[in-house]
Write a protein that binds this ligand. Sequence first.
Ligand code: NI
Length: 175
Amino acid sequence: MAKREILHIPDSRLREVCAPVEKVDDEVRAILDDMLETMYDAPGIGLAGCQVGVMRRLVVIDVAGREDEEPSPIYLVNPRLTVVSDELSVHQEGCLSIPEYYEDVERPARCTVEFLDRDGKPQVMECEGILATCVQHELDHLDGRLFIDHLSRLKRDRVMKKFSKIDRRKTETVG
Ligand code: NI
C-alpha cells in the first residue's frame, strides 16, 4: 500500500466526471487500498478516486472514526444512489480537497446505494446519519461535484477565491 497525494481545489480534475470501472481486479483493489491508507492518514472518513487523480468511480469510506473503534472500511465501486428520502437533515461537512473549511449542508437524511464491493460482488447498503451524508458527499465527487456546490453562491465564491490565492502562491514559489 502507498499513500497518494490528495488534490485540492481549484485542481480541474475535481470537476471531472469519473469513468465506470469495467472489472474489479487486483489493479483496482491496489488503488482502493492506497485510497484507504491515504484517507486514514489524512485523516478523513471518505475519499473518492478523483481526489487522488484516479478518474474512476471508486470510493472508500470508514465512519467508525474514533481511535478506540475497530476500523470498518467500506469499498464502493461504481456506486449508484437508488433511493433518497424526502426527509432532509443537516450535517457539518468538510472535504480533504478543501482543507480546513467546514459548513452545514442539507441533504436527504437516508439513502440506498448499490455498488460492487472489493471482490466485485454487487451489494446494497441502506444508509442514515453520518454514513448517508458521507455516501452522498463522495458520490458527488464522482460527478465532479463538491460540497461547496450545495452552499450559497456567495459562500462558494469566497472559498474558491481563497484557495485560488493559495494555489497561485504555490506556483510562484515553485517558479
Ligand atoms: Ni470531499
